[in-house]
Design a protein around this ligand. Structure first.
Ligand code: ATP
Length: 917
């Protein structure tokens, strides 16, 4: 086809053909559905920054379209109206094969008034029967000619009702389309919808990666790329294995050459020098408003520039509905910073200093501190810490404080009581006790000479408070008791916060010494005092302690109420982001797990992780343990393996309080046992330490782990001796929850040792205690053996009605509970397949496109919780073969992802499992 106008040229067929799409694409089912449900909208506007998949979505969607498609890929030269008209009409002609006078004129370059052109065209077309059509204007952001905008506005306004226009653009085109919005004739798709969600990304990787990655790897990656398709595509093209995937994800977060080049060519090269300068300067900000941007850059018209950036789709993400606060997409911000370092390295420090001033002036000390650090202006860092450090501490900004303090020289910290205390509290929170001692020692060498005696006495009192907490955490409750008492004696009444902290340490000491009632009373007092002083951290902390004490006493319902109170307090006082909330959510997840409310337990554990987004991942460890416990109880082996892999990585890398260590190890042991990994249990037992004096729940837990390992390794007598000893102490210190767990373990050990009567007695007592505790989870840990033991108990010992009811319920739950090694129990053969297919609820689809025997085997293994690699091992085939089976399975079952496949498998296979049992 040739354009014959003034400046003749050949019409490139590729500009008026639907572009070919990449082979590895994720089908965006929900967006396709949205497009289908809006087929009568006059205009579909797909607008998002570069690379969000606008063209891919549109071309893939139209590949299925029954209506003809007129496609026009725009470029900058198309701003010339006669050329625009020629291409547009050529694309229309190709789609609807019409031959009109208007078209012929346009091709001769005789039309440059688009309104006239469309009027003539519609008038000529109206003589014929107008057939349906979709017209696509791809990359409309390249159009800046007002005449063309007017023409397209006219086209939209007078569009035949059978036609639809799809415009893809990086910016919002100036087409006056707000009235279409009001009339419901516009469908808008934006970056928020185009970005891959977590499940989209999981599905995409499941489809195209030739190896398996964990869900944590996916969510970590998404934090950096926020669902931007080219980055995800890059992962499938460049990563060869799981390790390569992690390395590449890290490289992406730092700035990957491919992405940097793409953004330089596609985005930065297209903006004016003023806009570029503004982008580069503001890139150092994590977030900003017009005022901050203006003070930093010196551009008084920052607001207009921001609006321009937003309109042009330059990866600017509004942070509030009023569009006052913004941030850049992390990959874009990263790219801009790279560019800044490349082009203006000498300006970076002074920019950070300016940013520090801008934030300080605007009353945001936290951001000011971050930039003071980046500017390396240590005097300002110290000043800001002196002024605002404690309020950052109260707000839970621990990472920020830690990083800022790390910048300061030792003697600067040691010369300030305030900075020393801050550093000491933070170090104790990280279990760095030697560091606490060092900090205090350095300050003791300087401060007494600088301060008056009365001032020094107060500082000494404060030092004793943190030392008490350290002693507490180091498991020296007596010493903690003494130090807290010393602090209280030294601190004047008006040092409220320090005194409250000392009282709290005293309460904890009592708790660990087994004085539960006293500890509970003291914690209630501390809570009241902290409430009066609005010391939110301490209020939440004492509520956590009260909840723990209640759990130890066996009052799980009461603990649950206290957790409710803490959550309510945090919401009312807007402190739900404090890291202490992790403790509350985790404690709640533990109670819910014990009550076998697994969905709610999982939710709480995830909330725990969410409350730590600002903190080091280290602190999420217990929540991952809880998630693993839930997965274990649900028989989801691959999920459980994933979570425990994270737990083990953290355990290897970090140092934890023995309470945390013991909890994690309890779950690891159960998992190793359930997955027949006796060697790991043996290795664990070889390196673990004996414990003495189990006066509290964590020492009890630690010792019970040793007993459990003995049971799993068939050393029943050793286990029984240890458990009996533990039980005596649990009774002495009224640790009811531990008594309940010890009874269950004792029942287990005696049963395996074939001491039936002893075993049943313990099981009976465990049931009786469960009337207070509401325990279910700890019983179900025994697996299917529980059913046999409970049946024997019901038969051989008269049970009181409540215990009887609980026993029956436990039998029912235990029967339903899928075990991790269930895959061994059902081997799929023709008879089993017949059984499955003869069930009434089998989807029609399965009858018309039946699964092969191999596909049924794979589905069965997916159902039992195995990951792809494990399935490949089990069936002794290549990993890629399994992927092919899974893809075919999904198609035949009409499911989009593993979760849906699992749900359908459950519906189909669970009845067969029950039948076989
Ligand atoms: N659904 C998808 N599945 C997999 N990859 C995708 C998908 N959508 C987009 N991509 C990846 O992102 C890249 C950019 O996609 P596309 O060209 O459709 O984006 P765009 O928003 O139209 O970009 P531009 O603003 O430059 O026109 C593609 O080459 C592909 O690698």
């Amino acid at each position: 086809m040739t354009y014959e106008g003034n400046d003749p040229f050949i019409l490139l067929p590729s500009k008026i053909s639907v572009p070919e799409i990449a082979s590895k694409i994720l089908v965006r089912s929900s967006l396709n559905q949205l497009l289908a449900s809006h087929h009568t909208a006059k205009l579909v506007l797909v607008h998002a920054p570069a690379g969000y998949g606008k063209t891919t979505l549109t071309s893939h969607w139209l590949a299925e379209s029954p209506a003809p498609v007129a496609w026009y890929s725009l470029d900058i030269a198309d701003n010339e109206p006669t050329r625009f008209a020629a291409y547009l009409l050529a694309s229309l002609k190709q789609a609807i094969d019409c031959s009109t006078h208007t078209l012929a004129s346009a091709m001769r370059g005789q039309i440059n008034n688009l309104e006239l052109l469309f009027s003539q065209l519609f008038s000529e077309l109206s003589q014929q029967q107008i057939s349906p059509l979709t017209l696509v204007l791809d990359d409309y952001h390249l159009i800046n000619n007002e005449k063309i905008h007017q023409g397209i506005s006219f086209l939209i306004k007078h569009l035949p009702s059978q036609w639809q226009i799809i415009i893809t653009s990086r910016s919002i085109p100036p087409l006056g389309i707000s009235n279409l919005k009001l009339k419901g004739q516009l469908l808008e798709l934006t970056a928020g919808q185009l970005a891959f969600s977590l499940s989209d990304t999981q599905q995409f990787f499941e489809q195209y990666l030739p190896f398996q990655i964990t869900s944590t790897q996916v969510s970590d990656l998404l934090q950096h790329v926020e669902g931007w398709p080219p980055a995800l595509q890059l992962m499938t093209l460049s990563a060869d294995n799981a390790k390569g995937f992690s390395d590449l994800a890290n490289a992406l977060a730092q700035g990957h050459a491919v992405i940097l080049d793409y953004l330089a060519e596609e985005v930065l090269a297209q903006v004016s020098s003023e806009l570029k300068d503004f982008l580069l300067q503001t890139a150092i900000l994590e977030r900003f408003n017009q005022q901050i941007a203006s003070t930093l850059t010196g551009y008084p018209h920052a607001q207009a520039l921001l609006e321009q950036i937003e309109k042009r789709g330059l990866f600017l993400i509004p942070q509030d509905n009023l569009r006052q606060w913004y941030r850049y997409h992390p990959l874009f911000a990263n790219f801009l910073c790279h560019q800044l370092t490349k082009e203006k390295p000498q300006q970076i420090n002074s920019l950070h200093l300016k940013a520090c001033e801008a934030w300080s002036q605007a009353g945001y000390p936290e951001e000011a501190l971050k930039h003071a650090q980046q500017a390396n202006h240590l005097e300002t860092v110290a000043k800001l810490l002196e002024q605002h450090g404690w309020s950052f501490y109260q707000q839970g900004q621990l990472q920020l404080l830690q990083q800022a303090l790390a910048k300061l020289a030792d003697n600067v910290i040691a010369s300030s009581a305030r900075l020393t205390m801050l550093a000491a509290w933070i170090a104790q929170g990280q279990y760095q006790y030697a560091q606490v001692a060092l900090l205090l020692k350095r300050a003791e060498a300087i401060l007494p000479q600088q301060l008056e005696a009365s001032q020094w006495q107060i500082v000494e009192g404060e030092f004793a408070t943190v030392q008490a907490q350290v002693a507490m955490n180091q498991d020296h409750p007596e010493q903690a008791h003494q130090l807290a008492a010393k602090a209280l004696a030294l601190l004047p009444e008006k040092r409220h916060r320090a005194r409250i902290a000392a009282l709290s340490a005293l309460g904890e000491a009592q708790f660990c010494q087994g004085k539960l009632t006293k500890a509970q009373q003291l914690m209630e007092t501390v809570e009241e005092l902290a409430q009066q002083r609005q010391a939110s951290q301490i209020v939440l902390w004492t509520l956590c302690q009260q909840s723990e004490i209640s759990v130890a006493q066996g009052y799980l319902q009461k603990a649950y109420r206290i957790q409710d109170k803490a959550i309510q307090y945090a919401n009312e006082h807007q402190v739900a982001h404090l890291p202490t909330m992790e403790f509350i959510h985790r404690a709640r997840a533990q109670v819910l797990w014990e009550w076998h409310n697994l969905a709610a337990a999982e939710k709480s554990a995830l909330e725990g992780i969410n409350s730590l987004t600002q903190q080091d991942k280290k602190w999420s460890m217990q929540c991952y343990v809880l998630l693993a416990k839930v997965a274990l109880a649900q028989g989801d082996r691959s999920l459980c393996t994933d979570y425990l892999a994270t737990v083990q990585q953290l355990l290897e890398k970090e140092t934890y309080h023995r309470d945390w260590q013991a909890n994690a190890e309890a779950t690891l042991l159960t998992y190793w046992h359930a997955t027949d990994q006796q060697d790991l249990i043996y290795q664990w037992q070889q390196q673990t330490h004996e414990v003495s004096s189990a006066t509290n729940h964590f020492v009890q837990c630690q010792a019970r782990n040793i007993a459990r390992a003995d049971i799993y390794l068939k050393h029943y007598t050793t286990a029984i001796d240890l458990l009996n000893d533990l039980q005596q102490q649990a009774i002495r210190y009224q640790l009811v929850t531990d008594q309940n767990r010890n009874h269950i373990c004792l029942a287990h050990a005696y049963w395996l040792q074939e001491q039936r009567e002893q075993a049943l007695n313990h099981l009976h007592q465990a049931l009786q205690l469960a009337n207070t505790t509401g325990f279910i989870g700890s019983f179900l840990r025994l697996g299917k053996l529980l059913v046999i033991m409970l049946k024997a108990l019901i038969k051989e010992q008269p049970l009181e009605p409540l215990s009887q009811q609980r026993a029956e319920r436990l039998i029912e739950l235990s029967r339903q509970q899928p075990s991790l090694s269930q895959q061994n129990k059902l081997s799929i053969d023709e008879a089993v397949i017949d059984d499955i297919l003869s069930q009434p609820n089998v989807p029609e689809l399965l009858k018309t496109t039946p699964l092969t025997k191999r596909e049924w085997q794979v589905l069965n293994l997916i159902y039992t919780g195995l990951g792809n690699e494990q399935i490949a091992d089990k069936l002794a085939v290549a990993h890629s073969t399994i992927k092919t089976h899974i893809r075919s399975l999904y198609q035949k079952l009409n499911v989009a992802n593993r979760q849906e496949a699992k749900a359908l498998a459950e519906q189909l296979l669970q009845p067969i499992y029950t039948l076989r049992e």
